[in-house]
Design a protein around this ligand. Structure first.
Ligand code: 5GP
Ligand code: MG
Ligand code: MG
Length: 179
């Protein structure tokens, strides 16, 4: 375990099992359709690869980078598009692939954005859900694990761009971001 991690919450094996389950669910729900998996960078980059591999039939992938945090540990709620999609989402069945839903503000913004672009449907698949952090009501259609109201890193999730490459999800020692 990395010295900066207080506790491992979910191992790589547990994450693989959950992405298989979610991929099978998505496959069943989208039979005969051609969904567009939209990865929200950078946090969802590893999770996206797992989900994409576990969704059978046709799915397309695209990437978008939005920011609501800066380098801190508290969501600002002020969502900015840093990189937009290449594919036109009009008339598409979009699945937003996220790392974690905390306040819900990023998701609420993205769902509004896609509805404004006339998608056929939009659903949400998130590796992690932090229900205690919720400020706006958003539905997570495909959720991996629940996490407590603490700052977690690993498997794509960062603190100041570090820890994204850890193969597990863990709680970051608070002294790392308070010192
Ligand atoms: P929300 O808009 O739901 O508050 O948060 C959206 C984004 O904030 C997430 O996609 C994620 O990038 C970041 N975030 C929220 N909670 C955490 C956390 O515990 N750890 C890390 N590393 N990022 C988080
Ligand atoms: Mg994110
Ligand atoms: Mg971040």
């Amino acid at each position: 375990m990395d010295a900066d991690i207080k506790k491992v919450l979910y191992s790589e094996q547990e994450i693989q099992a959950v992405t298989q389950r979610l991929g099978q669910q998505i496959t069943a729900d989208y039979q005969g359709k051609n969904p567009l998996l939209v990865c929200i960078l950078k946090g969802a980059y590893l999770f996206m690869a797992d989900i994409a591999k576990n969704v059978s039939d046709y799915a397309e992938v695209d990437f978008m980078n939005v920011s609501s945090y800066g380098d801190g540990v508290v969501s600002t709620g002020n969502v900015k598009i840093i990189k937009d999609l290449d594919i036109d989402v009009k008339g598409r069945d979009v699945i937003i692939v996220e790392d974690i839903v905390d306040t819900g503000q990023t998701l609420a913004y993205l769902i509004d954005l896609f509805n404004g672009r006339d998608v056929k449907s939009v659903k949400v698949c998130s590796l992690l859900d932090k229900p205690e952090g919720r400020k706006v009501d958003v539905q997570v259609d495909y959720a991996g694990f629940e996490v407590p109201n603490e700052f977690v890193v690993g498997y794509g999730l960062d603190y100041a761009e570090k820890y994204r490459n850890l193969p597990y999800i863990g709680i970051l020692k608070p002294e790392i971001y308070t010192e």
